[in-house]
Design a protein around this ligand. Sequence first.
Ligand code: CP
Length: 307
Amino acid sequence: MLGKSLIDPMDLSVEEIYEILDLGQKIIEDPEKYSQSCRGKILATLFYEPSTRTRLSFEAAMLRLGGSIIGFSQAASSSAAKGESVADTIKTIECYADIAAMRHPKEGAPKVAAMNSAIPVINAGDGGHQHPTQTLTDLLTIKSLKYRLTNLKIGVCGDLKFGRTVHSLIKAMSRYEGVEFYLISPDELKIPNYIKEEILEKNNIKYKEVKKIDEVIEELDILYMTRVQRERFFNEDDYVRLKDRYILTNEKLQNAKEDMIIMHPLPRVNEIHVSVDDNKRAKYFNQVKYGMYARMALILKLLGRDE
Ligand code: CP
């Protein structure tokens, strides 16, 4: 993986993903062992869109590996505000840093950066398209808490149209045996056809589209909630009409399996009531921490510092 960029979850083979997850688990068991592994290396975080978890977990990951960080957290504080292209920005950043993580509102921007870069570029979320390091986070969470990536019934609920975390998760999970999806959304926020046709149907993955969580809750091993992505709507009225469609409460979880886990990439708006946070099935804040370890493992692999 040394020197590779990560733009799409499929850029990593199943074996490479297992290697990253194994390394993530080793870091969790003995973080001290890796605390100087990236000494002398610099990570640049280039965020053209808001973020709490992805940017800060990348930065925490590099700092916990003994490396250093530079970057910007909004386009307005970079020369993008003066009209600089993504290609010119990355050609500049490669003079300063050894690896870069980029979030951008335009689909494909991190790919353009990677094509123009001498250093590895990691897609930290591009528009409504993909979010591969959220997927590594999700896979490490699932593997750590469910002890497998196979034979899982996964309900994904909410904004399946614009939710890039869902698109990446379905892509990645489609390669594991016995995985079934329940796609829970209103008609207006259904999963894009390309995910159904090119990923689910092409790989003979069983899936069912439903409108209500109650229709499938008893079946699920994982319930993956997502927020309605206000920033991707063209029309505020549509957002207002759809934003409260799913609000998960403890009452709605009464028929769920005891060992079902609830995940959410966060940020949460109101799609999971705060009282659910105390439910033993709620694992979304554990997921946040797994995200840092997954990114530590990824940085080590891409910089060849994993030995
Ligand atoms: N999950 C996620 O991408 O969160 P942020 O937008 O806070 O980075």
